[in-house]
Design a binder for this molecule. Sequence first.
Ligand SMILES: *Cc1c(COP(=O)(O)O)cnc(C)c1O
Length: 402
Amino acid sequence: MPGTELFGTEERKEINDVLETGMLFRYNHDAQRNNHWKAKDFEAEVKKITGAKFAHAMSSGSTAVATALAASGIGTGDEVIVPPFTFMATIEAVLFIGALPVFAEIDETLCLSAEGIKKVLTPKTKGICLVHMCGGMADMDAIMKVVNEHQLILVEDAGQSFASSYKGTYTGLFGKAGSYSFDFFKIATAGEGGVLVTNDEITYKKADVYSDHGHDHQGNNRGMEQHPYLGFNYRISELHAAVGVAQTRKVPGIKEKNRKNKNLLVNELSKTPGISFARLADPEGDSATFLNIFLPDTEAAKRTVAEFNAIGLGGFNYWFTNMYHFINQWDHIKEMRTISKLPIEVLGAPQDYKNLHLPKSQEVVGRLISFGVRCTWTEQEMKDLATKISACVTKALKPVNA
Ligand SMILES: *Cc1c(COP(=O)(O)O)cnc(C)c1O
């Protein structure tokens, strides 16, 4: 959680600006707000880092990805290709806008692969909700080829990959719209928050309207604004946006330190037989929030996790058994346990979610262990960590009875 590691005076200053005027709402009240526009400033900071033409701050990464899908024209009954390895929110967003998730294979990039996407394409496929996982990025040249060839709508859930890029283009900006999360666990946090980005003005305007009950945000009489489309309330408050501003300004520094720290660990751990690393489609674009190590197979990874637990080593994720990040534990989707009927329950699921065959994803996630990289680590802390990881892996890989 690098953002939270650096919470300090800058964040407090931005919050105090808002507290001094009491103007907690992001729109209107021009006279009373003493020129403080934190949501707008937050958007400007995100644009500065990513080069996005448009950015729209919202209540969460989840609402940002749902809005990105809707503003891109994906809705009820549309088939959308998704990965089985992502934070749950991606799938929820697809379901809650009425669309139908179609699961495809990921590869060693930890993201959907072009090959995996091609295997599940049907004439009914409308789009892809691509997720850039663990601070890295998908293999965009290959994926864009499929997107263009089949004229698919690409939406990117870059919830975990703010500030990561592929060959100079920031994640979130390859498709029609993209989203970043600024929840408590990301490279920068707003407490709760998300930002939608796009280079397309019409998509941006739709997102702006949709996320605030249809308001077109023209003029200074909120009650008399036009409402070109139906919408809902996915607004961010000025208090959250204020934290987002200060945190986003720290991201270039965080990224630099993350990359340095991750590099040191990769160099140390490369010496240990049995350890390899997730593939970065563009190593230069890594935001380095996670050190993603591969063990030779799932059993070896499970034994390694047991060794970590035995010595009380924390700070890692074994996604394969995580309830919120991998399909094996998503029994609520498989059994469609909903509190009220979703469109998919009326329309029918495009795949048999209980019997999906995704051997590549099972293999990749099974042997993956991810450590959150901290930007405040000392060199000694990293050396100690590498020594512990290495010892645990070596012990886990030792042949039984040898
Ligand atoms: C964190 C995350 C989200 C959701 O973000 P929230 O701000 O927590 O709603 C969506 N997608 C991915 C891939 C994430 O990691």
